[in-house]
Design a protein around this ligand. Structure first.
Ligand code: GTP
Length: 340
């Protein structure tokens, strides 16, 4: 079976980090996340992946050139962003029969083999994996009958109610896309699935208790790391804090338990780091404090600076006297002005 992996989003919620690194290539434990998605597919017998992105295409080319082995990656051109549905329609000529689709920004240990079996047993044209959340406000909900047949997609609720959300993993038949023209932007969630349901096509849902997180926000990107450090994801056991072998930490620096340091990161004496992910080549100078932040590759945090709740771009420089709190800091090192 083949899979289409959706990697073409701009990752606006993770800016400015995603201005230079596409979201699926941001690291999880110092390894581009897309490796994990591809390894997960290979474990479930997928040997060919079709993928495309009009955003930062060159970064993907470099990733593909470096990655070897299973599954084979077929890159296709997506000149303009085609949306989740349009990207799949664009990939259809490469697909032969039933196929999987995965959002390229979901960390999960979902049992893909079981999902495919369920799809086949139901004779579905589309099967949507579901994830149960306690507070469904940020998500739309999927309503299904007792056999799992999807009845409708509901808008984001106003109240913090529990519910089943679309987990961004699907099994699909090519016929689900009949009538959708190639080359135009389409959303699978908002257009294709509702149209299938309206015409009475068998669209099923597959509830799962697997670990699941969407890496698309700074909070979730950090949470995913903390969960892995706590051993919540099967097959990923690592020490906490987690330091790349080439990272250098002064004996008089302090690292909290929920910290990840990338390759060649340097943490100098008196610096304190807590609840943060520092990507490759970051330097934290003497006495600086970093908390609840994502620090982009090669960024420098000057001595005595405080950075809390921030997202720093690749190459950002934070001045030694700066006190950043909940800011997005671009490569120039300045934070957006605060409202009075
Ligand atoms: P935000 O801008 O922060 O919402 O992130 P995003 O652009 O990644 O959007 P979203 O998280 O809703 O996208 C879900 C999945 O679809 C992600 O894996 C995206 O990479 C992917 N995706 C979104 N839009 C496109 C597109 O136009 N083309 C392709 N190929 N993939 C897309």
């Amino acid at each position: 079976m083949k899979a289409v992996v959706l990697v073409g989003g701009e990752g606006t919620r993770l800016r400015p980090l995603t201005e230079t690194v596409p979201k699926p290539l941001l690291p999880i434990l110092n390894r581009p996340f897309l490796h994990r998605v591809l390894d997960h597919l290979a474990q479930h017998g997928v040997h060919e992946v079709i993928t495309s992105s009009s955003y930062l295409e060159r970064s993907f080319a470099a990733f593909i050139a470096e990655r070897h082995g299973d599954p084979r990656i077929t890159w296709i051109t997506e000149r303009e962003p085609l949306g989740t549905g349009g990207a799949i329609v664009n990939a259809l000529p490469r697909v032969d029969g039933t196929f999987l689709v995965l959002n390229g920004d979901i960390l999960t240990d979902l049992e893909l083999t079981e999902l495919v079996r369920f799809h086949e047993r139901q004779g579905a044209v589309a099967t949507i994996a579901l994830h149960r959340v306690e507070d469904a406000r940020p998500f739309g909900l999927v309503a299904a009958d007792a056999q799992g047949r999807v009845l409708e997609f509901r808008e984001k609720p106003g109240e913090p109610i529990p519910g089943d959300i679309n987990a961004g993993t699907y099994v699909l038949e090519p016929e689900a896309f009949e009538g959708w023209e190639p080359g135009r932007a389409i959303s699978i969630e908002r257009e294709i699935f509702p149209a299938l349901i309206d015409r009475g096509a068998p669209v099923y849902s597959f509830p799962s208790g697997a670990y699941w997180i969407d890496l698309g926000t700074p909070q979730n990107y950090l949470r995913a790391h903390f969960d892995v450090l706590e051993g919540k994801l099967s097959g990923m056991q690592v020490p906490a804090p987690y330091r790349a072998q080439t990272a250098v930490v002064d004996l008089e620096a302090r690292l909290g338990r929920w910290v990840v340091l990338g390759e060649h990161a340097v943490v100098r004496a008196g610096a304190e780091i807590e609840d943060s992910v520092l990507l490759d080549g970051v330097t934290v100078e003497e006495g600086a404090r970093v908390g609840e932040s994502i620090v982009g590759p090669g960024a420098v945090i000057g001595s005595g600076a405080t950075v809390v709740g921030a997202v720093l771009a690749e190459g950002a420089r934070v001045d030694g006297t700066a006190q950043f709190d909940a800011d997005r800091i671009s490569a120039g090192g300045t934070a957006p002005p605060k409202p009075d």
